[in-house]
Design a protein around this ligand. Structure first.
Ligand code: ADP
Length: 507
C-alpha cells in the first residue's frame, strides 16, 4: 500500500545542506567521513552494486560484517537502488545463516574477510549469486568496486511504505523471522528518537551494539544520520575500550544505547568508580529487563540510565523514559513517543485496569507491515484492527508510566500463581556478589512449575544456594522463591548481549 509520500535520501540531503559536517567515524580503521565524503562513497557503492553485481529494485543485499561504517554505506546504497538491505548476524552458525538466506534469497552476499569461509558455504547452500568481501578500509572487492565505479544512476522514486530492510529477530524465542522494515518506520522512529533523547546535528552517537540488530542500527544510529549528526562506530563491544571512549573528552560522545549486560560489565571495570560521564546527554538502556539494582547503582553515581522499550518489529522505539523522570520512575520504560499507541490487554483482548498485568499491544507508523514470507505468523501477530501483539507482559502505574514485567513466554505458573522471572531476578540482583542471574520455570510434581535460578558470581564473591533462597524468601511471596539455585561461570548470551533463557537446562 502506497503512502503517497516519497522516501527522502537522508545522506544526500545532509551532503547538500552541511557537506563538511562529520557523518561517520570508524574507530577500528581510524577513517572519518564528512557528509559529502559519505555521500560520495554511497553513490559509488550503489553504482558498484548495480553495474558490477546487477542489483535492481527489490533485490536483497545480504551483509555479514562486524560493525563498520561500510555497513551503513551499504544500507544507504540499497536505498539509492530501491534494493532491500539484509544485515546478517555474524555469530550465527552456517546452518542458521543458510536458513535465513534460503528464506530471504539475497542476490548478493557481502562479507567481512574474517567470515569468508562461512559466507562461501552459505552462498553455495542458499544459491546466492554473487559474493564480495569488505575489509574495514583495507584492499577488498568492496574498495576496488568503489574505486572503479563511475557515472551516475537514476535513483528510483521510493515511497515511505516501501521495504528498506529485512531484519531477522535475534532468535531468543525460537526460529528467526524476517521483520520487514519500511522507510516510514525508520522516519517516524528517527523523529521520535530525536524528540525523546535530544538528537541534533551536534550529536555524536557511539554504536557498539551489533548493526545487524535493531539496537545497533535503529537506536540511535539511523536516527543520528537522519538529524545530520555523527556515528562513531566500534567494531564490537569491549568493556575497557568502552570506558575509555565514554570518558574521552576530546571524542566527546553525546549518546549511546546499551543492553543491561553492557552496563553490568562496565561497572566491573577498574576506573569506573571515578569516571566522569557528565558530558553525555543520554545513556539509553533497553533490549531486556534492566535489574533495578543496576539502575539504582548508576543513579547513585549521578548517571541516570534512560530506559526504553522496543522491538525489531516496532521501529523499535515504543516507550522511552525522559531524563527528568529516569530516577523518579526508576524501573519504568517510560511513556510512548508521540505517534505510538499502546494498550495492555488480557488474553481475551480486553484492556486491563492500571496496575494489572496484561499483554502490551502496539499500533502506529513505526510498526512493521509484517514478516517476510510468514503469512501464518502475520495472521497470529496482528488483531483484525491492526494492533500488533508484542508478546511482552506489561503494566501501567497510576501516572500512566509503563513497566515491562517480562516476556509472556517466560512467565511460569507455580501452584496456580503467575511468576514473572524478571521480578525474581531483580531480587537476586540485590545480593552483593551477584554479577548476573536468570530464573526459569521447571516442571514440578506438586506445584506444576517452580523456579530455578542460575547465578553468576562476581570474581571473589562467596554465596551459596541457601543464601540466595533465604534472601528471596525475605523479599518475595513463597511461590515466587526459586526452589533451586545453580551457579554458572557465565550465562548464554546472544550477539546483542541478551540472555538466551531457552539454552538454560530445565531438567
Ligand atoms: P528478540 O525478541 O529476538 O530479542 P528484539 O531484539 O526485537 O528480538 O527484542 C525485543 C524484545 O526485547 C521485546 O519484546 C522485550 O521482550 C525485550 N525488551 C526490549 N526492551 C526491554 C525493556 N526495557 N525491558 C524489558 N524487556 C525489553
Amino acid at each position: 500500500m502506497s503512502s503517497g509520500i516519497p522516501a527522502e535520501d537522508w545522506i544526500g540531503h545532509h551532503a547538500r545542506f552541511a557537506p563538511g559536517s562529520p557523518a561517520a567515524h570508524d574507530l577500528a580503521s581510524g577513517r572519518r567521513f564528512t557528509y559529502a565524503q559519505f555521500d560520495e562513497r554511497i553513490a559509488r557503492a550503489a553504482l558498484w552494486l548495480a553495474r558490477a553485481l546487477g542489483v535492481k529494485r527489490g533485490d536483497r543485499v545480504a551483509v555479514l560484517s562486524m560493525n563498520d561504517t561500510d555497513v551503513f554505506e551499504l544500507q544507504f546504497a540499497c536505498r539509492r537502488l530501491g534494493a532491500i538491505f539484509l544485515p546478517l548476524n555474524w555469530r550465527l552458525a552456517v546452518p542458521e545463516l543458510e536458513f535465513i538466506c534460503k528464506d530471504a534469497s539475497p542476490l548478493v552476499l557481502i562479507h567481512g574477510t574474517e567470515f569468508a569461509d562461512a559466507a562461501h558455504q552459505v552462498a553455495k547452500l542458499a544459491s546466492v549469486r554473487h559474493l564480495a568481501d569488505l575489509a574495514n578500509g583495507k584492499p577488498s572487492a568492496y574498495e576496488s568496486g568503489l574505486a572503479a565505479a563511475s557515472g551516475t544512476l537514476d535513483p528510483p522514486v521510493l515511497d515511505l511504505a516501501d521495504i528498506w530492510t529485512i531484519m531477522y529477530t535475534s532468535g531468543t524465542t525460537g526460529r528467526p523471522k524476517g521483520a520487514q522494515i519500511t522507510y516510514q518506520m525508520c522516519v517516524f522512529n528517527a523523529i521520535q528518537c530525536a524528540m525523546t533523547v535530544g538528537l541534533t546535528a551536534e550529536t555524536k552517537n557511539l554504536v557498539f551494539l551489533p548493526t545487524f540488530h535493531t539496537g545497533g542500527l535503529n537506536v540511535y544510529a539511523n536516527p543520528t544520520f537522519h538529524t545530520g549528526g555523527c556515528n562513531v562506530v566500534m567494531r564490537s563491544f569491549d568493556p575497557s575500550l568502552f570506558l575509555k571512549l565514554l570518558t574521552d573528552r576530546a571524542l566527546h560522545l553525546t549518546h549511546l544505547l546499551g543492553v543491561p549486560t553492557n552496563f553490568l560489565m562496565l561497572a566491573q571495570e577498574l576506573g569506573f568508580a571515578d569516571a566522569d560521564l557528565s558530558h553525555i546527554v543520554c545513556i539509553g538502556i533497553g533490549g531486556a529487563a534492566a535489574p533495578l539494582a543496576l539502575l539504582e547503582d548508576y543513579g547513585r553515581k549521578g548517571i541516570p540510565l534512560q530506559q526504553g522499550w522496543g522491538m525489531t518489529e516496532t521501529g523499535p522505539l515504543g516507550l522511552m523514559l525522559s531524563p527528568a523522570m529516569a530516577l523518579a520512575k526508576v524501573g519504568s520504560s517510560g511513556l510512548p513517543p508521540m505517534y505510538v499507541r499502546l494498550k495492555i490487554c488480557d488474553p481475551d483482548g480486553n484492556e486491563v485496569k492500571p496496575g494489572e498485568t496484561g499483554e502490551l499491544m502496539i499500533k502506529g507508523p513505526t510498526v512493521t507491515p509484517g514478516y517476510w514470507n510468514r503469512p501464518e505468523a502475520n495472521r497470529a501477530s496482528f488483531t483484525k484492527d491492526g494492533w500488533f501483539h508484542t508478546g511482552d507482559a506489561a503494566r501501567q502505574d497510576e501516572d500512566g508510566y509503563y513497566y515491562i514485567v517480562d516476556r509472556w513466554k517466560d512467565m511460569f505458573i507455580s501452584g496456580g500463581e503467575n511468576v514473572y522471572p524478571a521480578e525474581v531476578e531483580n531480587v537476586i540482583f540485590q545480593l552483593d556478589g551477584v554479577l548476573e542471574n536468570a530464573v526459569v520455570g521447571i516442571p514440578h510434581a506438586k506445584w506444576g512449575e517452580v523456579g530455578r535460578a542460575f547465578v553468576v558470581l562476581k570474581t571473589g564473591a562467596n554465596l551459596d544456594e541457601a543464601a540466595v533462597i533465604e534472601h528471596c524468601g525475605s523479599q518475595l511471596a513463597r511461590y515466587k522463591v526459586p526452589k533451586e539455585v545453580r551457579f554458572l561461570d557465565a550465562l548464554p548470551h546472544n550477539a546483542t548481549g541478551k540472555v538466551l533463557k531457552h539454552q538454560l537446562p530445565r531438567s
